[in-house]
Design a binder for this molecule. Structure first.
Ligand code: AFP
Length: 318
């Protein structure tokens, strides 16, 4: 039986050096602690909202703050971590001056679902960074990415660049591998989008959704990207939070700690992740909390959307 620990050891000296093994071990421990906090949050009074608004302009939930601190502590316990970048913090945190990596994370994605007991997640990635200016690099530079999905089960999905593995937390608190080298089905008849935002979509998305519905496709929308992503890793589909005329930066989701890690995982599983005309992983970031349009999932469905954006661009230049 392969555990997260034995998986890390099997890649030590290959995709993972000794430093990254420590970083990933501490991140996994952080997700165990967050999982424990979530399980009893209502009993501990950790629901509702704080009086604090984060850099996103969102009201922080108590568990946003707790999860963020747990992940910062994981970074402090990893001597190779130079910087921590969090959705919840305005700027990067300098952790260890002699560090070689930045750990970039959304500590609790989907937290507006917390009080209604819906799956939420922690999203993370690790990049090489010794100076703060190294942080704004494209997603192609990610060394590792993953997420923890806190649902009926707590699962950890990870890629070190080749293949995607899924681990499930057992009663003893160990992550046990439950799926190896996961691939996203290339075709699908299921899309995920917040249909209420239709008035703000561009014509490419309107046409894709209308043709999908006409073709008998089904819709799912959890409003927790990790939950929607996990479904797609398991049975295919397309997730869209597309360019949105009513949102700043033409999207809701953030590049560094949401789109990039998910894009890295999706491509490692044979899927595709685009912002419209270009791959998410090719976007050169200009700020820590930059928002981008996000479309990812089954390769052949994403290809249809990419082609439509290309045709739209060709029409513009025609
Ligand atoms: P919260 O973390 O504020 O709940 O936002 C979750 C999220 O970033 C992403 O996980 C969802 O897919 C998306 O927002 C949901 O957006 P809508 O609330 O507009 O449907």
């Amino acid at each position: 039986m392969m555990t997260f620990e034995t998986y890390l050891e099997s890649h030590r000296g290959g995709a993972l050096n000794d430093d990254l093994v420590i970083v990933l071990r501490e991140i996994a421990e952080a997700t165990r602690q967050i999982s424990d906090k979530l399980r009893t949050s209502s009993l501990a009074g950790l629901t509702g909202a704080t009086e604090v608004t984060n850099v996103q302009g969102e009201t922080q939930k108590p568990l946003d703050v707790i999860s963020n601190e747990i992940l910062l502590e994981a970074c402090r316990k990893s001597p190779a971590v130079a910087f921590a970048v969090s959705e919840e913090l305005d700027t990067e945190v300098e952790v260890h001056a002699a560090g070689k990596y930045a750990v970039i994370f959304d500590p609790l994605d989907g937290s507006s679902n917390l009080d209604v007991n819906v799956t939420v997640g922690t999203i993370f990635s690790v990049i090489a960074a010794t100076r703060s200016q190294d942080i704004l690099q494209s997603g192609r530079g990610q060394l590792v990415a993953g997420y923890a999905a806190y649902g009926p089960q707590t699962t950890l999905l990870l890629s070190v660049g080749k293949g995607v593995q899924i681990f499930t937390l057992n009663a003893a608190g160990d992550y046990v591998m439950t799926a190896a080298n996961v691939t996203i089905p290339s075709d699908s008849k299921e899309f995920a989008i917040n249909a209420a935002r239709r008035p703000s979509w561009d014509d490419v998305i309107v046409d894709y959704i209308d043709s999908s519905i006409a073709g008998g496709h089904n819709m799912r929308w959890v409003a927790s990207m990790v939950a929607d992503a996990h479904r797609i890793f398991n049975r295919g589909g397309v997730f869209m939070y597309p360019a949105d005329r009513a949102k700043p930066g033409s999207g809701r989701l953030r590049l560094l700690y949401e789109a990039n890690p998910i894009g890295f995982l999706v491509e490692a599983a044979g899927g595709a992740a685009i912002a419209g005309k270009i791959d998410i992983l090719d976007i050169q970031p200009t700020s820590l909390h930059q928002r981008v349009p996000v479309i990812f999932g089954s390769e052949n469905e994403v290809a249809k959307i990419r082609a439509a954006y290309h045709e739209e661009r060709m029409a513009e230049v025609a």
